[in-house]
Ligand binder design. Structure first.
Ligand code: ZN
Length: 413
């Protein structure tokens, strides 16, 4: 029996079972009564709606992950990867072009297979719970833009990586790492200026109480804020958010129009104080350094396995190639990702607590942060009592109840 076949199959099944179990445990928590902190925020109807939303989303997620696993396993055992490779090789192209075709066609197939799920999610589930604002036109334009960006930005990078591993010998992983790291940093600058405006309209926050309050707070904590932007999030969903873009002197904060609509000036200032907390506590920098280190480890490991004949045999390949090796490595690497992801989530949850603490300590708006969190939970139908195992696996933020209790505990009396 091929050892790679066993490892990858076991990893895929294990991941599926772990997620299934976490979902089951999470669904069981739905019987919990409304936490007392939320009395007066959620009425009975809203609480029942939140429970229904979680049930539907869990069921939908299970159908999708079962479908994905079934498709991958069928394609694998029926020799689909080899058939695709042989077909492409028949065109007589050079190796890097073969690689672009191989990975490109697999990505295209994956995209097409996930499309019906995306349609159902947006136009059936999100619509039924009153969140969806996406029109069919926006949906189709989003698809086209994402596909063009994937080709325009993704294909050149992939071609470069394939060329390193094809031609550059033993140090290929190092070149691949340096180029990917540079690419990642470049994207931090390019995304807010050229990519995000393709999908949303960003307009400067108009003069007024909100702008004054945010700039006043930013200067109080020594945060050089260049601009505050309003993003038309309402174009796609009634759910709301706030985020940071840019680096150095180009730091900008974007607020969803849906967030501004539903919150008071002190609440919005408290939310922004949390976002600025992430910056001041260097979370953005830590995240970037960790992603770059992770890329280095990944490319080094990839270089050890990329030409491994047994890895190719596990997928019934007649020929060894850098591009197929790269693709199969992502599957072989999935147990490492599965282990890393909860650890990264753990770190992220810690950062969220630090950002909340920072906001409370520096803005004096802890109570407003709590009311903002409560409103957001009600409006976005957030699960109030998730199972700890589900939180451990999937939550990048602490459950909202834990955040509220923590803020209450550190509020100056
Ligand atoms: Zn945060």
């Amino acid at each position: 029996m091929n050892i790679y076949f066993i490892i990858i199959l076991a990893a895929l099944l294990a991941e599926f079972l772990v997620n299934w179990t976490a979902d089951r445990l999470n669904l069981k928590t739905l019987g919990a009564p409304l936490p007392e902190e939320f009395a007066g925020v959620f009425d009975d109807a809203a609480y029942a709606k939140m429970q229904a939303y979680l049930r539907v989303n869990t069921l939908f997620g299970r159908v999708k992950s079962s479908f994905d696993l079934l498709v991958l396993l069928s394609f694998w055992v029926l020799g689909g990867f080899n058939a695709l490779d042989q077909w492409i090789r028949g065109w007589g192209w050079p190796p890097v072009a073969n690689g672009l075709a191989f990975i490109g066609l697999l990505s295209l197939a994956a995209g097409l297979l996930s499309l019906p799920f995306s349609v159902i999610d947006t136009f059936v589930i999100e619509a039924r719970f009153g969140f969806n604002r996406t029109t069919v036109r926006t949906f189709i334009l989003d698809l086209l833009k994402s596909a063009l960006l994937g080709v325009g930005l993704g294909a050149p990078l992939l071609a470069g990586l394939l060329a390193f591993f094809q031609y550059a010998g033993g140090l290929a992983w190092l070149y691949a790492w340096l180029v990917s790291a540079a690419y990642l940093l470049l994207m931090h600058f390019v995304a807010p200026i050229w990519i995000m405006p393709l999908f949303n309209k960003f307009t400067p926050l108009p003069e007024g109480a909100l702008k004054d309050s945010i700039f006043h707070y930013a200067s109080k904590v020594g945060f050089a804020l260049q601009n505050i932007l309003v993003m038309d999030g309402s174009k796609r969903s009634s759910k709301s958010n706030a985020f940071f873009t840019g680096f150095g002197r180009n730091k900008r904060i974007a607020l969803y129009d849906t967030l501004i609509e539903k919150h008071t000036v002190p609440e919005l200032t408290a939310v922004l104080a949390h976002e600025i907390g992430h910056y001041q506590k260097k979370h953005v920098l830590i995240g970037t350094v960790m992603s770059i280190a992770h890329l280095g480890v990944m490319f080094f490991l990839l270089s050890l396995f990329i030409r491994e004949p047994a890895l190719h045999e596990a997928f019934y390949m007649q020929a060894v190639s850098v591009y197929a090796g790269m693709f199969f490595f992502t599957l072989l690497y999935s147990p490492v990702e599965m282990t890393l992801s909860p650890l990264l989530n753990l770190l992220s949850r810690r950062h969220e607590v630090q950002a909340d603490d920072f906001a409370v300590a520096t803005s004096g708006l802890g109570r407003d942060l709590i009311t903002a969190l409560k409103k957001l939970s009600r409006d976005d139908l957030t699960h109030l009592t998730p199972h700890p195992f589900y939180v451990f696996l999937h939550y990048s933020h602490p459950p909202v109840l834990a955040r509220i209790r923590r803020i209450n505990a550190i509020l100056p009396s």
